[in-house]
Design a protein around this ligand. Structure first.
Ligand code: NAP
Length: 249
């Protein structure tokens, strides 16, 4: 079944990344399941993929650190003797706080993980795609990046940065048959939103035209499409998966 390409998904031990790893494996790709600290969770994702006949490997990666990124990609190349032609820069964190109280540390941790991290991962993956004359790059941003989000200036800035980053790649790499797209999820039921107060989560759900939080699988399905051969004419797109939250902007 795993006759497809090699895919690398950062932040795949949980949430949207885990669902994306499973969706990509279900379409026949061998998937590197990146995790930062939750090795057991990543191994569970791998086991789930293997149970359904797919092929996957858990790889430790700290996207903030270019050396760690290089070691992770090299490990995958060593394991499968093939380089990733699909990369999903999904790893992300939030450290919310109102601007007046936001610390330098809150700001820089979020920028380093969510924006620098995507740069490190995609830069490491791109030379092989250029050589292969094929590539699929998807970055996972957020509606917060385009709509703004009170209490999330750091997070929204990083996510807006991903849009300029990804669209620049789309232009730079188009001649090499490499696509680069951004997915902008709205509120999705994962650990990230589970950490919010119940009342805040209900408010979020009520602000979405579809009236609920999305699921990680619903985001993963869109990412998997953008990574498919069928999406060969889609590049530089921002694709919302947000229950209608951002429509009309
Ligand atoms: P999540 O459940 O909190 O999982 C975060 C993932 O990122 C985990 O796999 C974690 O690894 C990994 N990670 C954290 N720091 C890392 C680092 N320094 N290096 C490598 N990996 C790291 O998150 P999620 O809700 O699925 O979100 C996934 C992406 O979607 C994020 O970019 C997030 O900003 C974006 N997004 C989420 C929502 C939402 O409502 N959930 C909405 C819009 C956008 P460990 O498990 O090892 O810690």
């Amino acid at each position: 079944m795993s006759s497809g390409r090699v895919a690398f998904v950062s932040g795949a031990s949980r949430g949207i990344g885990a669902a994306t790893a499973s969706a990509l494996a279900a379409t026949g790709h061998r998937v590197a399941v990146g995790y930062a600290s939750q090795r057991d969770a990543a191994e569970k994702v791998v086991a789930g993929i293997e149970e359904t006949g797919g092929e996957a490997v858990a790889v430790e990666i700290d996207v903030r650190d270019p050396q760690s990124v290089d070691i992770a990609f090299s490990a995958v190349e060593g394991r499968w003797g093939a380089k990733a032609e699909i990369v999903v820069a999904n790893a992300g964190i939030n450290r919310d706080g109102l601007l007046l109280r936001m610390t330098d540390e809150q700001w820089s941790e979020v920028l380093r993980t969510n924006l620098d991290g995507a740069f490190h991962v995609v830069r490491r993956a791109t030379p092989a795609m250029v050589r292969a004359r094929f590539g699929r790059i998807v970055t996972v941003a957020s509606v917060a990046g385009s709509m703004g989000s009170a209490g999330q200036a750091n997070y929204a800035a990083a996510k807006a940065g991903l849009v300029g980053f990804t669209r620049s790649l789309a232009r730079e790499l188009a001649a090499r048959n490499i696509t680069a797209n951004v997915v902008e999820p709205g509120p999705i039921a994962t650990d990230m939103t589970a950490a919010l107060a119940d009342a805040h989560r209900q408010e979020l759900a009520a602000s979405v035209p579809l009236g609920r939080l999305g699921t990680a699988d619903e985001v993963a399905a869109v990412i998997a499409f953008l990574c498919s051969d069928a999406a060969g004419y889609v590049t530089g797109a921002i694709v919302p998966v947000d229950g209608g939250l951002s429509m009309g902007r």
